[in-house]
Design a protein around this ligand. Structure first.
Ligand code: ZN
Ligand code: ZN
Length: 169
């Protein structure tokens, strides 16, 4: 899967190309070509909607969590495309610009997506909650602790608010 194939599937590709063209004029052809073939990978993270990934300062892929709502998925894709475009149009590609700085924000606006740095997804929050396990109980007050990963069995933990020792499960 590539940015072009997913954006086509979501009905966004033409609009993306037009917006890039309006924003960066003559340079847009090359930019669109690079963006089109950028791979999309599925992410299993439940705390991140998506990310733009570079390796050694070069574009690598966009990771997306597909469990989010369709409208969210579109906005997340545009958000990450704004990172990719910001990166592609940086003259000094090795020194990546500040993630949500002015040049990223300009791209986000041009692509018609929010300039807030992170979106939220109720579907993803729910998936995250389902993944949480009961990992510890306070032996003093009985408070329960839920996390995705188990706590380190070799360590001793204390309940910060009552000082009681935690029993790890
Ligand atoms: Zn971002
Ligand atoms: Zn306690």
């Amino acid at each position: 899967m590539t940015v072009a194939s997913l954006a086509q599937e979501l009905g966004l590709w033409e609009e993306i190309c037009e917006n890039i063209h309006c924003f960066s004029g003559r340079k847009s052809r090359r930019l669109i070509d690079r963006l089109a073939t950028l791979p999309i990978q599925r992410s299993r993270a439940t705390r991140r909607l998506g990310s733009y990934v570079t390796r050694n300062g070069r574009p690598f892929c966009i990771r997306l969590q597909f469990a989010q709502e369709p409208e969210n998925l579109k906005q997340t894709l545009l958000h990450e495309i704004a990172h990719a475009c910001d990166h592609f149009s940086t003259r000094f590609a090795i020194r990546f610009r500040r993630a949500h700085g002015p040049s990223w924000q300009a791209w986000a606006k041009a692509l018609g997506t929010s300039v807030k740095s992170c979106g939220r997804s109720e579907a993803l929050d729910q998936l995250h909650r389902q993944r949480l396990k009961l990992v510890a109980v306070c032996q003093n007050c009985g408070a329960e602790f839920h996390r995705v990963r188990r706590l380190n069995q070799g360590r001793k933990y204390v309940h910060p608010s009552c000082g009681g020792p935690l029993r790890l499960l």
